[in-house]
Design a protein around this ligand. Structure first.
Ligand code: NAD
Length: 479
């Protein structure tokens, strides 16, 4: 049994009240580690540590902060295979995906913000009588709360810019995927991150998560997770006037126009629908197809989806691993049942999978494609967050835009067309924070990242997030 510990004041430590949670490996359904169920005592010690570290971290030169962060990135690189295996064991995703996406991107996140901070600048405004300049200071102590789908990737996506801008951080990974955050703490110790600058507290959202959100000494919350949780966090943090960044759920459309390069559109849409078992906030779960090519798209799409191998995340040819938990697979399966009740036709998939051997009690589900549903039914309105997509047809551009925009969400949209003006026109008309044209998940970390409507508030990435994690102060000098 592996014991995962909190990271407080520069050391790994047990929770003060000695309460622990079981951690289950999704591919086997077995408990393989335990993690702290942290409490008020743990956060109080972490806050005191962060307060002690705050002044020297904020006043360290950016070059020195950057150098420590680069050492942390190197530390992950040196233990790359161990990190990737831990991520797959904890989350259920294929090992090749942990390597190609999660751990590679975690390293990239840290290196990106460690170097971006060296180029961060503020503005000045001149008149005939005055010079104004903007000072940007760290906020102080900030809270970073992340979800289970891309554990280290999203954990570092928040922590790295918060640290680079000179803040001390109280961070909480998801209780479902705590493993790589704990390995990350070991790396921080080895890299010489000063004690108290980063504190990692494990536990549930309702317990330690909510204590982080409520804590009066934490002045900003960066949260990624579900829309309902985000609304709850906002209801507590907003009256305390905390800065808030909320990256929430989605119900993303993929629009296939009649002039799309179908070969590329189909193979990429298989990826955008089912990568990471469909458990990426950016996955396209509503596939909208021009009616003139609907049957052609459907036939080839299903053929390719049926070839995706479901099973043991540690087998090299597995394309779809385990869903993250028993609760989550039950939720996703209930949406397939709902879709059938709503009149949907399951074109492929729909069943639980029981691989032989070590994974027979794991949480596996066939990739599922459903057609015959209206855009307004619950299956097409609510986030499922699993390997389940629907197909709908449209007859013209206006209808495609209206279907795509027709949910409460607005995270990411995907367009496939070879028509340049149409690509620009439709991108502008879509109510989403991100639009990919003829591609998916190509990420440039300098770009603003986030959603509109119920998909969130604020933007991460690039200089946007460095502005989020700093307070601007205007200094006005009379000439
Ligand atoms: P979740 O909202 O259940 O939990 C996210 C994190 O918040 C976890 O660490 C959890 O412990 C914590 N939490 C839960 N309740 C809390 C509370 N009351 N106070 C403070 N913290 C609390 O989400 P999840 O199930 O872990 O993740 C899936 C969701 O995340 C999906 O909706 C997905 O779309 C979304 N997501 C969004 C993005 C994005 O960038 N927009 C990225 C990844 C995932």
């Amino acid at each position: 049994m592996i014991t995962l510990q909190n990271y407080i004041n520069g050391s790994l430590c047990n929770p003060i009240e000695n309460n622990w949670l079981d951690n289950i490996e999704p591919a086997t359904g077995k408990v393989y580690s335990r993690l702290p169920d942290s409490s008020q005592y743990d956060i109080d010690i972490a806050i005191e540590a962060a307060k002690s570290a705050q002044y020297s971290w904020a006043n360290m030169s950016v070059e020195d902060r950057s150098a420590i962060m680069m050492k942390i990135a190197d530390g992950i690189r040196n233990r790359f295979d161990e990190f990737a295996a831990a991520e797959s064991k904890d989350q259920g995703k294929p090992l090749w995906l942990s390597k190609a996406m999660d751990i590679s991107r975690a390293i990239q996140n840290i290196e990106f913000f460690a170097t971006e901070i060296l180029h961060f600048a503020s503005e000045s405004h001149h008149t005939s009588q005055t010079i104004n300049y903007t000072l940007r200071s760290p906020i102080g102590i900030v809270g970073c709360i992340s979800p289970w789908n891309l554990p280290l990737y999203l954990f570092t996506w928040k922590i790295a810019p918060a640290l680079a801008t000179g803040n001390c951080v109280i961070a909480k990974p998801s209780e479902l995927t705590p493993y790589t955050a704990t390995l990350f703490a070991e790396i921080c110790i080895e890299a010489g991150l000063p004690a108290g600058v980063l504190n990692i507290l494990h536990g549930t959202g309702n317990n330690i998560g909510s204590l982080i959100v409520k804590h009066p000494d934490i002045h900003a919350i960066s949260f990624t997770g579900g829309t309902v949780t985000g609304a709850h966090i906002a209801s507590i943090a907003a009256p305390m006037f905390k800065k808030l960044s909320l990256e929430l759920g989605g119900k993303n459309p993929t629009i296939i126009f009649e002039d799309a390069n179908l070969e590329q559109a189909i193979s990429t849409t298989v990826r955008s629908a089912f990568t990471n078992q469909g458990e990426i906030c950016l996955c396209g779960s509503r596939i909208l197809i021009h009616d003139s090519i609907y049957e052609q798209f459907k036939t080839e799409f299903i053929k390719q989806v049926q070839q995706l191998k479901v099973g043991d995340p540690f087998e090299a040819d597995t394309k779809i691993g385990a869903l993250v938990s028993e609760g989550h697979i039950n939720k996703v399966k209930s949406y397939i049942d709902l879709a059938i009740q709503e009149g949907g036709i399951v074109l492929c998939g729909g069943n639980l999978v029981y691989p032989q051997g070590a994974c027979e009690k794991g949480y596996f589900l066939e990739p599922t494609v459903i057609e015959g549903l209206s855009n307004t039914c619950r299956t097409n309105q609510e986030e499922i967050f699993g390997p389940v997509v629907t197909l709908q047809s449209f007859s013209d551009e206006a209808e495609a835009i209206s279907l795509a925009n027709g949910t409460i969400y607005g995270l990411a949209a995907n367009i496939w067309t070879e028509h340049l003006s149409k690509a620009h026109r439709v991108s502008a008309a879509l109510d989403f924070g991100i639009v990919w044209v003829n591609c998916w998940l190509l990420r440039d970390l300098r770009t603003p990242f986030g959603g509109v409507k119920h998909s969130g508030v604020g933007r991460e990435g690039g200089f946007e997030v460095l502005r989020f994690f700093t307070e601007p102060k205007n200094v006005c000098i009379k000439i």
